[in-house]
Write a protein that binds this ligand. Sequence first.
Ligand code: ZN
Length: 399
Amino acid sequence: DSSYSFVVWFVMFISCVDLWQPNSASLIHQNATVDVHVNRNDTQGLHSRLKQERIDYRVFISNLQKEIEKQTGYRSSRKRRSEAQYDYEVYHSLEEIQSWMFETNQTHPDLVDMFSVGKSYEGRPLYVLQLGKRSRPQKKAVWIDCGVHAREWIGPAFCQWFVKEAISSYQYDSVMTRLLDQLNFYVMPVFNVDGYRFSWTTDRFWRKTRSKNHKFHCRGVDANRNWKVKWCDEGASSHPCDDTYCGPYPESEPEVKAVAKFLRKHKKRIKAYISIHAYAQMLLYPYSYKYATIPNFSCVESAAQNAVTALYSAYGVRYRYGPASTTLYVSSGSSIDWAYRNGIPYAFAFELRDTGYFGFLLPESLINPTCTETMRAVKAIASGLLKKCETDRDRFPYI
Ligand SMILES: [Zn+2]
């Protein structure tokens, strides 16, 4: 019948478009919202098919190429020569971000330390900035990574914003001063360096790493499906051409392996793991791979609630929050589940703005408000670490 023929057409159609949300066709269900990027030549056919099937749709971006060029063009007018002039309200290339890291490290030796945790598939260093007053040797620590998925450019912009805010508000803002005195922050502005670079040079909507596959021409692994926790099960693909490809084995990606090694080494001190993604406006915590409640649920849940309340207080932007499995979708081999499984009691993934209007092409004019509100949420989570969460500690003494 006609609905069957539509399903056949839809499956064919979805397999040859760039799916933005959800990130796998298997997650599309009845009444779901789907964001897709289609070629200009396919738009007419799609319009008439959707009309024929009476499916509600809207065009958010009619000329994608123009929007892309807005964010990568006019490079000469960008202020980036020195740190004082560095423009945090534009998207920066990998090279710009790395020289900004060197400069930040050099100009703030009292607060900043820069090091590399390893090398990417293509041999690029995986730089991390450590932020915090060097007083006590065994401070609690917070890990923040951005740019796990290459096309989510607001991520690296946030990590840079966080570093700038931390440095410039230290000794002026009492909360930040306390945080940097009592905690260390490990900030990794670009986790997936090869993919991020590729999203600037070749394919703006690239998501995965850039590793090669023996049997298939498709490159890259989803760096948020490659962790050794229920690896390659539900919500991950074993096909190298899929956007959620889990890789040939856990930690096959040098980027994942390097960060896992660092976190494992410092897991006694690291009390929170925060991964910055886009887009959906959500704050997610474990589990991703199963529908079950984590042991320290009430502590994590109240931390999440405080964070989204703080975020909302800036511009009234609402975030949904909850376990990743029920709030977003089930995914296995994710970094928050891995961090949690390895003893980091607070593991969060942010899905920043927006909810699909601009999607991965969030305009540069929204970098400031998005980062400002997210900053409040991250500060709320970090401040919570300085207090004890008694309820769970009583019930779960091993936390
Ligand atoms: Zn992501």
